[in-house]
Write a protein that binds this ligand. Structure first.
Ligand code: DGY
Length: 322
């Protein structure tokens, strides 16, 4: 019997592609070419499965061109690149990679918060530019992390990880806002208090966004929300571009309506709003919150495990539409 055919749509660890070759006829993309939707569709015409990375849109048009497709295994926990309704209607399973990246992403969220509050990249650029000639009392004076109020919007696994780091490691007072309230046990574990979104924005010294992207969460933070924040506050986005109105944020940063922002994700990435590139009080990173070698390997292996299980007639490990 011939093996199922799969496409690995972006470059991933070569040994994990080899692992897949033991089960499937694999077409991969070792040069990491960014295919157009039409080029991707052409490659999917004869495939039973695809490993995507979150940067390939899977919608009705793509599915119509892929009549044999049974599974899209995303190498990402977020799956806003999937039109889940269209996939379900077409009988195509989607899977993602939860849990394996939680702690790494929470580490990064906290690192970005610290770099932003303590103005690390801004001060490094100053030093590298040869501008450091003397100590001064207010040189790159930022805001405190320990003992401050941490506001988390989106209290899933990653949000909880950030809450624990803040509460237990830095003595922060943690408030959170989420679609639903956590159980009393989880609130106690995270030392976190549920508040309304406006209260959180008014009181937090550091606001961290960890909500999944959807039409409902589009521009969770826009000009009106930024206006509620303290002028000394920082805003951290490790969720998805589109959760923040980047143009409004650039204005707020330039006008000092908030102190600083740390952004790992952007509307329309890999493009970045040009105004964000020119304001000094923002730390910018290229969507790397889950990027450690062990975690990226675990994500790729989990996506591979989903393909191997499902196309081998077994239950997928982490389905999103079943
Ligand atoms: C995720 O897993 O959703 C990340 O954003 C991709 O690295």
């Amino acid at each position: 019997m011939s093996k199922p055919r799969i496409l690995v749509a972006r470059a991933i660890f070569p040994d994990i592609v080899d692992r897949l070759r033991a089960h499937f006829d694999v077409e991969d993309n070792p040069d990491d070419v960014i295919w157009t939707p039409a080029e991707l569709a052409a490659r999917l015409a004869d495939k039973d499965g695809v490993l995507t990375t979150g940067s390939q849109r899977v919608d009705a048009a793509l599915l119509a061109a892929a009549p044999r497709l049974k599974i899209c295994a995303n190498m990402a926990v977020g799956y806003n690149n999937f039109d889940v309704d269209a996939m379900t209607a077409a009988g195509v399973l989607g899977t993602n990679t939860p849990d394996v990246l939680t702690e790494t992403t929470a580490d990064f969220g906290f690192a970005l918060l610290m770099a932003t509050a303590r103005r690390m990249t801004e001060s490094e650029h100053y030093l590298r530019a040869g501008k450091w000639t003397k100590w001064s009392y207010d040189m790159f004076a930022g805001s405190d992390i320990h003992g401050s109020t941490l506001g988390i919007i989106g209290m899933g696994r990653i949000g909880q990880g950030i809450a624990k780091r803040g509460a237990h490691g830095f003595g922060m007072k943690v408030v959170y806002h989420n679609r639903s309230r956590l159980s009393a046990d989880l609130e106690a574990e995270c030392k976190a208090t549920y508040v309304g979104k406006e209260d959180l924005l008014r009181t937090a010294d550091h606001v961290v966004l960890v909500v999944p992207y959807s039409a409902a969460s589009h521009h969770t933070i826009g000009a009106a929300e930024l206006a509620l924040m303290k002028p000394t506050a920082t805003l951290i986005n490790i969720a998805r571009g589109g959760i923040v109105d980047d143009a409004a944020l650039a204005v707020a940063l330039r006008e000092g309506r908030i102190a600083a922002a740390g952004l790992d994700v952007f509307e329309g990435e890999p493009s970045v709003h040009p105004d964000l590139l020119t304001v000094p009080n923002v730390v910018l990173t290229p969507h790397i919150a889950s990027a450690t070698v062990p975690t990226r390997r675990a994500m790729a292996n989990l996506a591979a495990d989903n393909l191997i299980a499902f196309l081998g007639g077994r239950a997928p490990l982490t389905p999103v539409n079943q």
